[in-house]
Design a protein around this ligand. Structure first.
Ligand SMILES: [Zn+2]
Length: 463
C-alpha cells in the first residue's frame, strides 16, 4: 500500500515534546510517515487506504527489546525452576533438538503473537539456527534484529548438551557470528538487521568477549548479552575473576554504546556509573524476573539507572521465560513492580513505561533516527488501539497514558502497520496463515517433547 491515511484518532506521537494530538491524523507514503497533525489539516492527503481511528489511540509500534523466537515452542517446558535449571536442564536440551522446520515455525508463531499485541520491532539475542528466524521476520513483515548466541566454554557445574549448535570453539563462534551479520544485516530494505551476541557469563571466555567486541565495532553493530541476570551468575563471575560481571567486562576495556545488556538484576553502584559512562544499553525484562525469580524487582536498580539517564528498554524474553509476549503487560509490570518492592507509589510512572516500550527501545537498538515515535520522516511503524472497550472506559485526557499502561492489553490492538505495510487489519493478520501455523506448531512440539531428556506431568489428574 503506497499511501495510507489514519484519521480522527488520538495520536500519541512520542516526539520530543511528547505531544498527543486529539482528532489527529498520520499520513504514510510507502515506508515513511510524511505528516502528523490534526485530521482537518491532513484532509486533502490523497490516500489509497483510509483508517478511521475514532475512539482509538494511534501510537508508535511497540519495541520488544528482548525476545527469543526459537523458544516459542518451549512454552510450558520451563516453569517454576531456578535460572540454572531453566537453562541447563530444560532450555538447552530443548534447543539441541530443534530442527530447521521447528525453528521456522517457532519464529512464525512468535511473530504472530507480537503482531497481534502491537509489537512492530523485536530484538532477538539469538538461538540456532537463525536463518529460519530471519526468514520468518521477512515473511511476517516484522522489523527486527537477529543474532547468534555465542558461547565458547562450559564447565561441569554448567554442562551444555552435546549437539547444542552454539557449543563451539572461540574461532568457530566468531566465524559463525560474522557470517550471520554479513548475511542478514540490512536485509529486506533495511527492515531486518543483525548484531553479535553472547549467551551468558559462564559460557563466554575473555577471548570471545574481546573477539566479538572487535567484530561488532568493525561492523558498526551491537553485541547483545544476558548479563548479571541473578546473584548466582554474578557470584560465578566473582569466584573466577574477583570482579562482578560489568566490572570484569570493564577491566577488559571493551565497553561502549554497542554493548546491549539484558536482565541486569545484580549490579553495584560503581557498575551503574560504568554503564552510564560507556552509554551501554540495558534491557529490563520484568515478566521474566517475575516468572523466574531473578531479583530485578527486589534488588535491581532500574529506577536508579533511569534517573541517571542510562537507556533502559523493555523486553518480554520468550514464551518459556515470561511467558507472555504482550508488551502492554510488560509496561504494566515495569510501572508497578518497583513501586511495590520499594513501597513508593510513583517510582516509575506509566509515561516512563511507555517511553521504555517505544522511543527508549528505539534508542536502545540504535534505531531511534527511524522508529520509536510518530514523526514526519520516520519509518511508518504504527499501531491503532481500540479504546471504546470496557477496560478503557471511562477515559479522560489526564488518564489516557496511565489507562493505556495500567488497563490496556495487547488484545486491544486492532491494526498494525510496519514499514508502511498493513500487517494486521481489524485483528486479522494478513501476512501469515495463523491457523496453519498454530496447528503445525502444536504438532511439531508434540513430536519434539517426546525426545526431551525430561518428562513433565500435570499436577492435577486429567480424565
Ligand atoms: Zn533471553
Amino acid at each position: 500500500m503506497a499511501r495510507i491515511l489514519i484519521t480522527n484518532g488520538t495520536v500519541i506521537t512520542m516526539d520530543s515534546r511528547r505531544r498527543i494530538v486529539k482528532d489527529g491524523a498520520v499520513a504514510i507514503e510507502n515506508d515513511r510517515i510524511v505528516d502528523v497533525g490534526k485530521s482537518d489539516a491532513l484532509k486533502d492527503f490523497q490516500a489509497e487506504k483510509v483508517f478511521n481511528a475514532r475512539d482509538r489511540v494511534v501510537m508508535p509500534g511497540l519495541i520488544d527489546a528482548h525476545c527469543h523466537h526459537v523458544q516459542m515452542l518451549a512454552r510450558g517446558l520451563a516453569d517454576d525452576v531456578d535460572l540454572i535449571a531453566w537453562c541447563y536442564d530444560r532450555i538447552y536440551p530443548y534447543e539441541t533438538l530443534l530442527t530447521d522446520e521447528a525453528t521456522y515455525l517457532s519464529a512464525l508463531l512468535c511473530c504472530i503473537e507480537m503482531i497481534r499485541t502491537g509489537t512492530t520491532c523485536v530484538c532477538d539475542p539469538g538461538g540456532y539456527p537463525m536463518d529460519n528466524v530471519g526468514r520468518a521476520l521477512a515473511e511476517s513483515g516484522m522489523r527486527g534484529i537477529i543474532a547468534w548466541s555465542g558461547m565458547d566454554q562450559w564447565s561441569d557445574d554448567r554442562p551444555l548438551p552435546d549437539g547444542l549448535p552454539g557449543k563451539l570453539s572461540t574461532e568457530e563462534t566468531l566465524k559463525v557470528e560474522e557470517k550471520l551479520v554479513k548475511e542478514w544485516h540490512e536485509r529486506e530494505g533495511g527492515r531486518i538487521r543483525a548484531s553479535y551476541g553472547l549467551r551468558v557469563e559462564p559460557n563466554v571466555t575473555d577471548n570471545l568477549y574481546r573477539g566479538i567486541n572487535e567484530l561488532a565495532k568493525r561492523d558498526g553493530v551491537m553485541v547483545q548479552m544476558h548479563a548479571a541476570v541473578n546473584k548466582d551468575q554474578v557470584e560465578w563471575v566473582r569466584s573466577r575473576t574477583g570482579r562482578t560481571t560489568i566490572a570484569h567486562m570493564n577491566s577488559l576495556g571493551i565497553l561502549g554504546p554497542h554493548w546491549y545488556f539484558i536482565h541486569m538484576a545484580v549490579l553495584t553502584d560503581e557498575e551503574l556509573r560504568v554503564l552510564k559512562d560507556n552509554d551501554c544499553r540495558v534491557i529490563h525484562v520484568p515478566g521474566a524476573t517475575l516468572h523466574g525469580a531473578y531479583g530485578s524487582a527486589t534488588v535491581g536498580k532500574f529506577p536508579e539507572m533511569i534517573d541517571m539517564g542510562i537507556t533502559v528498554a523493555l523486553g518480554c524474553d520468550s514464551s518459556a521465560a515470561n511467558n507472555s509476549l504482550d508488551m502492554f503487560r510488560a509496561m504494566y509490570e515495569a510501572a508497578t513492580v518497583h513501586k511495590e518492592a520499594r513501597v513508593v507509589p510513583d517510582l516509575i510512572a506509566p509515561e516512563k513505561a511507555l517511553e521504555m516500550a517505544t522511543i527508549d527501545g528505539a534508542r536502545a537498538v540504535h534505531w531511534d533516527n527511524e522508529i520509536g515515535s510518530l514523526e514526519k520522516g520516520k519509518k511508518a511503524d504504527v499501531v491503532i488501539v481500540e479504546c471504546k472497550r470496557s477496560n478503557w472506559i471511562p477515559l479522560h485526557d489526564f488518564s489516557l497514558v496511565p489507562t493505556l499502561v495500567y488497563s490496556g492489553e495487547g488484545a486491544d490492538v486492532e491494526t498494525v502497520i510496519i514499514d508502511g505495510s498493513i500487517v494486521m487489519e481489524k485483528r486479522k493478520i494478513l501476512t501469515v496463515d495463523v491457523k496453519k501455523v498454530l496447528r503445525q506448531a502444536q504438532r511439531a512440539t508434540q513430536k519434539l517433547i517426546k525426545k526431551l531428556p525430561f518428562k513433565l506431568k500435570p499436577k492435577w489428574p486429567f480424565e
